[in-house]
Design a protein around this ligand. Sequence first.
Ligand code: FAD
Ligand code: UDP
Length: 384
Amino acid sequence: MYDWLIVGAGFAGSVLAERLATERNERVLLIDRRNHIGGNAYDRYDDDGLLIHQYGPHIFHTNSKQIFDHLSRFTEWRFYEHRVLAEVDGMQVPIPINLDTVNKLYGLNLTSEQLQDWFAQRAEKIGEIRTSEDVVVSTVGRELYEKFFRGYTRKQWGLDPSELDKSVTSRVPTRTNRDDRYFTDEFQFMPRYGYTRMFEKMVSHPNIHVMTQTDYGDVKNVVPHRRVIYTGPIDEYFNYQFGKLPYRSLRFEHVTLDKPWHQSVGVVNYPQTQDYTRVTEYKHLTGQEHAKTALTYEYPSAEGDPYYPIPKPENQELFKKYERLALATPDVWFVGRLATYRYYNMDQIVGQALATFRRINEALPVGADTSSVKVMSGSTALLS
Ligand code: FAD
Ligand code: UDP
């Protein structure tokens, strides 16, 4: 008899498995339908011995010391600040848009102060910033919006930015200085030996039994367990009874080139040309030294594994229907990017899992009578 059946061995499932096993001394069966742990953060060595990310580039960044310290129990780190160029009008320029982006693109020599005025002259006044178009157009104006955001977003999401919640393009700031880092978080590191090694260390515990290539449907009525943590798509758990929640997918094309370097930074974005959105060269991220180099091209797609929840008001409404069902489901706790239908980064998922663990401790004191207690944890994890 397991105390917990945890569905999904990504960040949400693996962080919780470790906490429950270590802190509550409970027995955990951690399953994943894929043939590996790590969820979308899984990395592996390719045939040439290059470390690649199977599901596209994963760069760890956070402002939370608590989250960084927690993961530091399972890995050493390599300092890495991510830089991205966008290929626009035949040039490769920094994204997020900064002083150098505008000066290079328009052959100008503006100062930071002058750039503020330059943006102000172009920015459109918008009453209520609602959509992903509003965010950009109201900051840098329509021309830069069209060059950098419109095409990329249409490719990535199959939707116009005007149809997407403002939170999507808000992920990418605009700067008037020369800072060309993609993120400005206090902690920006890659796990020194890769994500998979970090996950292996996290779940290697005598109380945790890991089974890959195992679907929830195959074991739920077979393996005795007291409670479930479910980190898969929430609509799938409820047999799509209100209809499918849209998730955006990607096709990854992994390529190895017989030369040491392909591009000058970790990622190059293609907002105006190509069917792919971006190209990643892993050696920039991993620091690996190798005579060859490994790249991944990302082709967005409506079909395939669910990678991105799609932030739109009507999708959120549909999610809320499933959320209500989840809240009424005893002994199943819904956690993670797919189960809570939020466009969360890895650190946010670790934070959500740690918060869920604290709430489990409150709802189910160790050794006490554990009749079901329904708790709703704000707008993030769903607990029962
Ligand atoms: P997942 O990693 O999706 O894990 C869920 C697991 O559940 C999966 O392995 C799945 O196989 C399994 N599962 C689902 N249903 C079942 C079932 N019925 N039975 C058994 N197993 C099941 N975040 C960052 O912080 N930085 C980045 O640079 C970054 N880049 C990204 C790039 C891409 C292309 C993508 C798609 C995401 C990126 N992210 C990044 C986000 C990051 O991947 C997620 O925040 C994180 O992986 C979510 O963890 P999770 O455990 O919630 O979900
Ligand atoms: N985006 C864009 N052009 C870019 C970079 C980002 O239009 O050059 C938009 C696009 O809609 C994208 C979103 O901003 O999906 C968030 O970008 P981010 O790099 O955070 O995406 P992720 O790494 O999560 O795929």
